[in-house]
Design a binder for this molecule. Sequence first.
Ligand SMILES: Nc1ncnc2c1ncn2[C@@H]1O[C@H](COP(=O)(O)OP(=O)(O)OP(=O)(O)O)[C@@H](O)[C@H]1O
Length: 251
Amino acid sequence: MATVLSAQGLSKEFRGFRAVDDVDLEVHEGGVHALVGPNGAGKTTLFNLLTGFLRPTEGRITLGTQELSGRPPEQIARLGVARSFQITSLFPQLTAREHVELALQGGTGLGWRFWRSEKQLARFGDRAKELLAQVRLADLAETHAGALSYGHKRALELALALALDPKVLLLDEPTAGMGAEDVDATVELIGRVREGRTVVLVEHNMNVVASLADKVTVLQSGRVLAEGPYAEIRHDPRVIAAYLGDADASD
Ligand SMILES: Nc1ncnc2c1ncn2[C@@H]1O[C@H](COP(=O)(O)OP(=O)(O)OP(=O)(O)O)[C@@H](O)[C@H]1O
C-alpha cells in the first residue's frame, strides 16, 4: 500500500522534555490510521506536528514527495492535510451553512474573510449544502452554530475540514465528550467521509478504534510502542502493560 504521509525521526522537545521522541510514522493512502496511547503519551503533540501547529525539534514530515516540516498550518492545509476544527472556533451567530460557505471561500478554512459580500458567498451555496448533507446537517443548515447540540457542532467541524477537500483528514478525538448515541453516529459519519481519502485520528475510545482503524500506532512516553492492526495490538503484552492503571483502557 502506498504511503501518503510519513514522518522520520520526529521529535519535539519542550524545555528539554521530549514529548515526541524519534517517531517514524507511515500513513497508508486510503486507510484510517489511529494514534492511541495512555495519557501524556504524545498523541496531541504528534498531531500538532503533522498539521504544522508545532514545529519539530528534529525530524521530517512528508506528504508524497513534498516536505511539510517547517511549513505553517495554512500551507499544510492547502497542500492537502486538514484537521477538524475545534468547537471553540465556531461563531455562535453564524448559521451552519454560512460557516461552510466561509470555509469554502477561504480555501484553507483558516484565512476567512468576512468582507466578502453575500452574493459572492452564495456561489458556494450548493457545495455547502452537499457538505452539510454529507455530515447529516442538511436540516440544520440555517441554524445558528450557537444553537447546535454538541454532536452537531462536531459534525459541523467535520464539514469545515471537508470543505478543503483534503487528501489526509486529521481528527483529534472526534468522539471526546460524547454519549453512546453520538459516538455511534460519529463512527458512522467518519466511515462515510473516509471514502476517497486518508484519515488519521487520535482516539481514546477503543471501540471507535476497533470499528474504524486499519492501522494503529500506540505511543508511550513519546515513542512508538507498537504498531499494527487493532486485532493484533490489543493482545500485545507491552500495550496491555502501558494501559494498566490508565482509565482509558476500560473504554
Ligand atoms: N506546550 C507544552 N509545554 C510543555 N510540555 C508539554 C506541552 N505540550 C505537551 N507537553 C507534555 O508533553 C507530554 C505529551 O503530551 P500530549 O498532550 O501530546 O499527550 P497526549 O498523548 O495527547 O495526552 P492526552 O491523552 O492526555 O491528551 C505530556 O507530558 C505533556 O505534559
